[in-house]
Design a protein. Structure first.
Length: 447
């Protein structure tokens, strides 16, 4: 007997109010529900119900960098942020470039039970950019990998990129490119422009991103394959992607919450919390990224959740690691950057943070929406709760958030994954309880 929930008076992404009943591993009813004997009642008056959020770009750090994050702690952060599925990037140690490693990551996710963990496979062996990894073996493994990325590094060699794009077609995979021309960004510390000159920091020019995207959309067209562009950060990149889509090239793109809200001026503080790759850009870029998300040129928001331990961030700017945690704050940042100003409605948020990332990653059982028969993946968000983003909002192992001390709207109140609660009343549910519920489902499926 699985648990059942009756969520009452929620506002659906469409704006309609409805009750939602979760039972028997499904959303079984959405509408006015009078009677639900035995169900746990969750009062959602004033809350928005979204389909469970799906992050196509999460660094979970396990195996190898457990001092930053583990699959367990990273998926706790996911639950806190309203995510029910995360795609785990391959830059672990060992790198996720074999069937063995991706299966290990997936099974750690299943055991933890906080979210679906879908591993991303490396494109090249050891992320070294020299030799293709065993893409087919990872695709055929129990992890069923469909997204391949050397994120952290660009697949720079055009012949390797071409071969990877050709290879993944056989299993409907996609190459997610970290677009960074390595020579143009050697030693880069921040966006290249007037400010980098003033601050005396080596610049990361926009053209280093734009030139790789231009090359890759042409390669994708040439071989008739599917390309995904990670963390688009410049107005020029948006123009290239707009051109490629108009031409019918099969390209999708993501923008991070931080590139939708923050600008390079923050770097003047020399506070390494603002150090990230690609770097924070100009206000004009932020405007272009917001507009591109609104008009569909950019398909999704992905967090690039990049946890680092305190010692990697509490140093002078040049020595600090790139990256920000982002799972716990993503929905509030999207709210602040594109919902409050009317660029996106909540149904658009459901698309860019749930259904489209699930589709790009070919992930079944996620992003199906809040309708009868859909998988029981639901997030409840309180849009009226406004507060300073504080440490109590972080549920992962690392605290390198650029939003600490900043006022952000809204708060995730509850997350339901696989029919059970992973976050309730704003509290991440205990690990042993969540693991027990997850195990019961696996056991049930076997039995
Ligand atoms: N996005 C980041 O700033 N950091 C990423 C890797 C990377 O893309 O550099 C990380 O793994 O820490």
């Amino acid at each position: 007997m699985t648990e059942s929930f009756l969520i009452t008076g929620a506002t659906l992404p469409s704006g309609e109010r409805a009750d939602i009943r979760i039972a028997d591993g499904r959303i079984i009813e959405v509408g006015r529900i009078a009677d639900a004997a035995g169900a746990t009642i969750v009062d959602a008056d004033g809350l928005i119900a979204l389909p469970g959020l799906v992050d196509l770009h999460t660094h979970l750090r396990e195996p190898g960098y457990e001092q930053s994050e583990t699959v367990l702690t990273g998926t706790r952060a996911a639950a806190a942020g309203g995510f029910t599925a995360v795609f785990a990037m391959a830059n672990t140690s060992p790198v996720a470039d074999t069937a063995g490693v991706v299966e290990q990551v997936a099974s750690l996710g299943t055991a933890a039970g906080y979210a679906t963990v879908q591993p991303i496979g490396a494109v090249t062996v050891g992320l070294k950019g020299e030799q293709l990894a065993e893409l087919g073996a990872m695709a055929r493994s129990r992890a069923g990998v469909r997204v391949f990325s050397d994120d952290g590094f660009c697949v720079f060699d055009p012949l390797l990129m071409r071969r990877a794009l050709e290879y993944v077609k056989a299993f409907d995979g996609v190459v997610a490119q970290h677009a960074q021309e390595p020579r143009l960004t050697q030693g880069a510390q921040m966006n290249e422009g007037a400010l980098s000159g003033e601050l005396g920091l080596a610049g990361w020019p926009a053209v280093a991103e734009e030139s790789i995207i231009a090359r890759d959309v042409l390669l994708a067209e040439h071989v008739g394959s599917r390309l995904h562009v990670c963390h688009v950060s410049t107005a020029g990149s948006v123009e290239v992607i707009r051109w490629a889509k108009a031409r019918g090239i099969d390209v999708t793109a993501e923008v991070t919450p931080h590139h939708l809200l923050l600008t390079e001026e923050l770097v003047a503080s020399y506070d390494p919390r603002y150090k990230v790759n690609p770097p924070l850009r100009r206000a004009e870029d932020v405007e272009a990224l917001r507009a591109a998300l609104a008009d569909g040129t950019i398909d999704i928001v992905a967090t690039d959740h990049a946890p680092h331990p305190i010692e990697a961030k509490q140093s002078e700017w040049d020595a600090a690691a790139n990256g920000m945690v982002g799972l716990e704050s993503a929905l509030s940042v999207v709210h602040a950057s594109v919902v409050e100003n009317g660029l996106l409605g909540w149904s658009d948020v459901a698309r860019v943070l749930s259904s489209t990332p699930a589709r790009i990653g070919r992930l079944a059982g996620q992003g199906q929406g809040i309708v009868a028969g859909a998988a029981p993946e639901v997030t409840l968000y309180d849009p009226s709760a406004a507060s300073e983003f504080a440490l109590d909002r972080l549920a992962g192992r690392s605290i390198n958030s650029p939003y600490l001390g900043r006022a952000l709207p809204g708060r995730v109140v509850a997350t339901f994954h696989a029919g059970y609660a992973t976050l309730l009343d704003g509290v991440v549910q205990p690990a042993d309880e969540v693991a027990r519920r997850a195990a019961a489902l696996v056991g049930g499926a076997r039995g």
